[in-house]
Design a protein around this ligand. Structure first.
Ligand code: G3P
Ligand code: MG
Length: 241
């Protein structure tokens, strides 16, 4: 397949150097020369796609409770940067649309990790795919990834042309069948579970391989030497893009 993506992606924007999943983080990652960004996307209570890792607000905002329990208008008033450092205080939770617009205007690419709130897997997968299709039309498509097979299945149903990658923390024996069942173009796995043999097997099956979260330069070199197609890193300051 067409694979226009770089070999190194910035995780949650700029890893830990800025508040994860904010536009400020993506801007910082871009300042280190990164051209593709992984971030986590889920739905607000009223169906707006936004960037947030957790299903609850406490860790990365000054709010409390479930993301799905609030309309985006309420979530937009929260501080998603002050928990990280004073320099980022007041940074808002961005929408997928806002981030897409900024990336596209700057010629940068995305890996949209669909991270549904519990019980909203299919709804989130379908919404993310439909919005991605609309936002990225005419540009290199974002890679849609998820740990949720239901989310990827729903994405496939509404926008089959968008590239999909199935995420794994541990590789099950049937990883290839599971990737194939969802029509994925890539296996996306915790780097600790990847070996040269797994990468070769994926390639023989016509799949690309993405690894997260690779933060040691020596491990990055090893994986890329084994033919890894792309790695996702927090270490945007220590691993050259
Ligand atoms: O998309 C790869 C990686 O981000 C998956 O783990 O928890 O950082 O979203 P997590
Ligand atoms: Mg993620």
């Amino acid at each position: 397949m067409n694979w226009p993506y770089p070999r190194k992606l910035a995780h949650r924007g700029a890893g830990r150097l800025a508040p994860e999943n904010t536009l400020a983080a993506i801007r910082l990652g871009a300042s280190f020369g990164y051209t593709m960004f992984e971030f986590d996307v889920k739905l607000s209570g009223d169906g707006v796609l936004l960037l947030m890792h957790d299903a609850t607000l406490e860790r990365t905002t000054d709010g409390a409770g479930r993301v799905a329990g609030f309309a985006y208008g309420e979530l937009a008033r929260l501080d998603a940067g002050g928990w990280h450092s004073a320099a980022y205080a007041g940074e808002p939770i961005p929408t997928l649309a806002h981030v897409a617009r900024w990336l596209l205007r700057n010629g940068l690419m995305a890996n949209v990790e669909i991270k549904p709130c519990p019980g909203r897997e299919a709804e989130t997968g379908a919404a993310a795919a439909l919005e991605a299709r609309q936002l990225w039309q005419g540009a290199a498509a974002p890679v849609l990834s998820s740990f949720s097979a239901a989310a990827l299945e729903a994405a496939r149903r509404v926008a089959p042309e968008l590239p999909r990658a199935l995420l794994f923390g541990e590789l099950p024996d049937d990883w290839l069948q599971r990737c194939r069942a969802l029509g994925c173009v890539a296996l996306d796995a915790n780097h600790e579970t990847l070996t040269e043999g797994v990468i070769a097997a994926a390639h023989r099956a016509g799949l690309r391989v993405i690894a997260y979260t690779v933060n040691e330069p020596a491990r990055a070199d090893q994986l890329l030497g084994w033919g890894l197609d792309a790695l996702i890193t927090d270490a945007v300051d220590r691993i050259a893009p």
